[in-house]
Design a protein. Structure first.
Length: 177
C-alpha cells in the first residue's frame, strides 16, 4: 500500500489514555491494494486507540461508499459501508494473530500498520451476492443475460448447445480421438 506512515500507529510511544486518528480512504487507497475487488471509494474512518498499560484497544468506526463490480452485469455499482470493529493489541516476541481480534506485535518495533485492517474491515462488509437494484443493471448486458437464460430454460438443461461454435469444437475433438 505504498508509503503508509500515516497508518502506522506508534503504540509504544503513546501515552496512557485515548488517542484519535481520522482517515479518508479514497480511490488511491483502494487502488493501491492488489487483490482488491474494490475499485474506488470514499470512506471515512475514525480510529480510537485506548492504551491501558501495555494493552491497546483499537476501535474502528467506518462509514462511506465503495465501488465494486455488480455480480450480474459487471458494471460498477456503489455500495454503502458502515461498520465498527475492535482489535486488541499487545506486545510480544514477534508478529502474530492470537485470534480474530487479538494481535501481537513485536515489542522491539512497537508499531502497528492499520492500513491493511482498514481495508479488510471494509471488504468484510461486502455481501456475498451484490447486484444493482432491479432494473438498474447495464441494459445491454441484461438483454444478453435474458436471452441466455431463456435458451437455457428451453433445452432441458443442455445449455452447451446454445453456442454453435461449441458443437463445432466438439466435433473436431471427436474426429481427433
Ligand atoms: Zn448490475
Amino acid at each position: 500500500m505504498g508509503k503508509s506512515s500515516k497508518y502506522l500507529i506508534p503504540l509504544k510511544s503513546l501515552s496512557e489514555g485515548v488517542h484519535e486518528y481520522e482517515y479518508t480512504l479514497d480511490d488511491a487507497f483502494f487502488g493501491h491494494t492488489d487483490s482488491s475487488e474494490i475499485t474506488k471509494g470514499t470512506v471515512a474512518a475514525v480510529l480510537t486507540v485506548h492504551r491501558t498499560g501495555d494493552i491497546f484497544e483499537l476501535h474502528f468506526a467506518i462509514q462511506g461508499n465503495i465501488v465494486i463490480p455488480c455480480d450480474r452485469c459487471l458494471d460498477d455499482m456503489t455500495l454503502p459501508v458502515a461498520t465498527e470493529e475492535t482489535l486488541y493489541v499487545k506486545f510480544g516476541e514477534e508478529y502474530r494473530e492470537e485470534d480474530d481480534n487479538l494481535i501481537v506485535v513485536p515489542e522491539t518495533e512497537g508499531t502497528i500498520d492499520v492500513a491493511w485492517y482498514l481495508y479488510e474491515f471494509v471488504a468484510l462488509t461486502i455481501p456475498l451476492k451484490h447486484t444493482h437494484k432491479e432494473g438498474e443493471c447495464n441494459p445491454e448486458m441484461e438483454k444478453i443475460l435474458q436471452a441466455h437464460s431463456s435458451v437455457e430454460a428451453s433445452d432441458d438443461g443442455e445449455s452447451e448447445a446454445t453456442d454453435p461454435r461449441w458443437n463445432a469444437l466438439k466435433k473436431l475433438k471427436e474426429t481427433n480421438n
